[in-house]
Design a protein around this ligand. Structure first.
Ligand code: PHE
Length: 350
């Protein structure tokens, strides 16, 4: 048998090889692929072959190596498939995997994250407070008079019937705004204070397409020496432009809150191009985004900060409304029903 025939013979042998368990596969590997395989000595035959046939011979040996490697791969996966679990069942490792569905962030989270990051980039730190709050932090410290309508059961959810009750006999309630975090932060930190407080708030409201009994706000508070209304305006303009585009215009309208003086409401210019613009801006082109103002000196005093030395501004904005604007959502209730057909639409948004 000449060397060409020997190689062809080996190739046939390799192609016919079978294995039913890992030991047999290993025996195959050692014989045809391992470091001392039977193909190796054949290369040594090269010098005994006539010069014009050497090239063909080299190619034939290479083919034998490839066939051996391919056969080894096949035998390995074939026997792996058949490896049985302890209970005798087999797992098909070559079967396609089950796709894992990708989740999505909630539009409220998306909006909140965006707003938080805008303020974080200019030095505001995130602060938190409890959702079940006492009357002091939600109302009294914030300068809200005893007879203010916001304190009414018609507007506020009190915790446990028969309120007021709670530590020191103060009523416990579901916070009606994130402004309670202002009071908590001022009680616990010395100026300069520069915080934002994102969170959930509750009001005893009739649920409709436009309002809900639970929603989200983001509060802002900046207290230091010589903080002015102009500082507040510049910060809020910066926010509006980061959020709604660099050409965004804002306006501040005089308003009233018990805890700020002077107080304002901030609108952004939305435009009046479409029917929809007319509807959501009530024909004005302006959209109210938040309440704001200079922290009332009485609030500073209530929280242990000297109003002669320090001043500051505060603002509070609703999140749902902005999420509705960003994503063209027309009914606030969609945000709390957790219908996956709604939620899945946000899967691609970071
Ligand atoms: N707490 C106010 C509200 O819920 C918003 C606000 C916050 C206004 C801070 C002024 C300053 O409507």
């Amino acid at each position: 048998m000449d060397v060409f025939e020997r190689v062809n013979h080996l190739i046939a042998e390799i192609e016919a090889a079978t294995a039913t368990n890992p030991e047999e596969v290993e025996r195959f590997r050692i014989r045809y692929v391992g470091s001392k395989n039977v193909l190796k000595p054949l290369m040594g035959e090269m010098r005994n072959i006539e010069a014009n046939r050497r090239r063909d011979f080299g190619q034939l040996v290479n083919r034998a190596k490839e066939v051996a490697q391919q056969k080894l791969d096949d035998l390995q996966s074939a026997t792996a498939v058949q490896s049985a679990d302890d209970d005798g069942t087999t797992i098909d490792l070559t079967a396609p995997g089950e796709p894992q569905p990708l989740g999505s962030r909630h539009p409220i989270s998306l909006t909140m994250r965006r707003i938080v990051s805008i303020f974080e980039r200019i030095g505001f730190a995130v602060a938190e407070g409890p959702e079940v709050e006492d009357d002091w932090h939600n109302f009294s410290a914030m300068n809200t008079p005893e007879d203010h309508p916001a304190r009414d059961m018609q507007d506020t959810f009190y915790v446990a019937a028969g309120m007021p009750a709670g530590p020191d006999n103060t009523a416990m309630l579901l916070r009606t705004h994130t402004s309670s975090v202002q009071a908590r932060t001022m009680e616990n930190q010395k100026p300069p204070i520069r915080i934002i407080a994102p969170g959930r708030v509750y009001r005893n409201e009739t649920i409709s397409a436009r309002s809900h009994a639970q929603f989200h706000q983001l509060e802002g508070l900046y207290i230091a020496e010589k903080v002015s209304f102009a500082d507040m305006k510049a910060t809020l303009l910066h926010f509006a432009r980061e959020m709604y585009g660099e050409d965004t215009k804002i306006r501040l309208r005089p308003s009233y809150f018990p805890f700020t003086e002077p107080s304002a409401e901030m609108d952004i210019w939305w435009g009046l191009e479409t029917e929809h613009d007319h509807r959501i801006t009530k024909g004005t082109g302006w959209l109210e985004i938040m309440g704001c103002g200079m922290v009332d000196p009485q609030v500073l005093t209530n929280c242990g900060i000297d109003p002669e030395k320090y001043s500051g501004y505060a603002f509070g904005m609703g999140i749902e409304r902005q999420a509705m604007l960003l994503y063209n959502i027309t009914d606030i209730r969609l945000m709390f029903e957790n219908d996956v057909r709604f939620l899945r639409q946000f899967a691609s948004v970071l």
